[in-house]
Design a binder for this molecule. Structure first.
Ligand code: ADP
Ligand code: MG
Length: 306
């Protein structure tokens, strides 16, 4: 079953800014899915729409069997949202913060107590349950946010840049926590602008830039593609078919032009050698610009800003 299905989703803000430009996205139940993109790409807007905090301008959103427009309450009940900023009352205890959320979902007190205990234990916060949350460490505060988001047993947990601006130790412990939650069967969607984070956690990934999905693939293929370069190679004599050289992907653009994919680890020497062994004379070789690489330069830039 699909945990999330988005069709042709658009969002134009009141000031005329088009933040989301007709995106499509599918997330399977059980997945750990990354929505990766630089600052301002449209991640929070997309997530805001999924979790009913932002109204879409048009398009369809389905969460499990619930259509967001026709069955909003059911759709909302499936989702636990962890917003980017710590937004609970810091003068309350961790236990009360989670209890209040259970109350918000209309849970009877006995059940609320049970689920509060379950979530605080899951987040390794049970010993701190009576501590005023202001006194908790940064990492613990973030875990309180996750405990709160999970009290109603959501099938889909959405985390909006949970580790942005967080130091490396807290980040690693949060990664473990999220993995644990996913292993216990909760589908997770994580937005981030750290490729490294998506890489170590997620199975599938979509990349959003300027309100458009520019990649939607599994993590392994994405990483493989980041490790290859593309060239256009002009050859002297006309060819009938593309030469075959171990390790390289070669196709004919036309009789005198080849499209070559080169794994970075392999380099170009063996390519030239292989071509010359087959009697093919190279006239010129041009590096094709790699859209994905440019995108990651942008991501790295935007990651530096915080
Ligand atoms: P991200 O979460 O990827 O950083 P956002 O979804 O927050 O991106 O923002 C996408 C674009 O929409 C940005 O250009 C941002 O400035 C703009 N934006 C976000 N919220 C609003 C709003 N409430 N009103 C107008 N523009 C907004
Ligand atoms: Mg955001």
């Amino acid at each position: 079953m699909k945990a999330l299905s988005i069709r042709n989703l658009k969002k134009t803000y009141a000031n005329g800014l088009v933040a989301v430009k007709g995106i499509n996205l599918d997330v399977e139940e059980g997945d750990f899915f990354a929505l990766l993109g630089p600052n301002g790409a449209g991640k929070s807007t997309t997530i805001g729409i999924i979790s009913s905090l932002v109204n879409a301008s048009s398009g369809e959103v389905r969460i499990f069997d619930a259509d967001l427009k026709r069955n909003k309450q059911l759709a909302k009940s499936y989702i636990g949202l962890v917003p980017q900023e710590v937004n609970f009352n810091q003068f309350e205890t961790a236990r009360n913060i989670v209890m209040n959320q259970a109350g918000y979902y209309g849970m009877p007190r006995k059940e609320a107590l049970k689920h509060t205990e379950r979530c605080l234990k899951l987040m390794h916060l049970w010993d701190q349950r009576n501590t005023v949350s202001r006194r908790l460490s940064g990492g613990m505060k973030r875990r309180v946010m996750i405990a709160r988001a999970m009290v109603h047993q959501p099938r889909l947990l959405i985390l909006d840049e949970p580790t942005a601006g967080v130091d490396i130790e807290i980040r690693r412990s949060m990664w473990e926590t999220m993995q644990q939650v996913n292993e216990q069967g909760t589908t997770i969607i994580l937005t981030t602008h750290y490729l490294e984070e998506a890489e170590s956690l997620c199975r599938n990934i979509a990349i959003i830039n300027h309100g458009e999905i520019v990649e939607d693939t599994d993590m392994q293929s994405l990483l493989a593609r980041l490790n290859e370069e593309h060239f256009v190679c002009d050859v002297k004599d006309s060819l009938k078919r593309a030469p075959i050289i171990n390790g390289y992907e070669i196709s004919l653009l036309n009789a005198q032009q080849l499209n070559v994919t080169v794994p970075k680890a392999l380099g170009l020497n063996q390519l030239f050698q292989g071509l010359s062994e087959q009697g093919i004379e190279v006239v010129s070789l041009k590096n094709k610009s790699n859209r994905l690489e440019q995108l990651f330069l942008d991501l790295v830039d935007s990651g530096k800003k915080d």
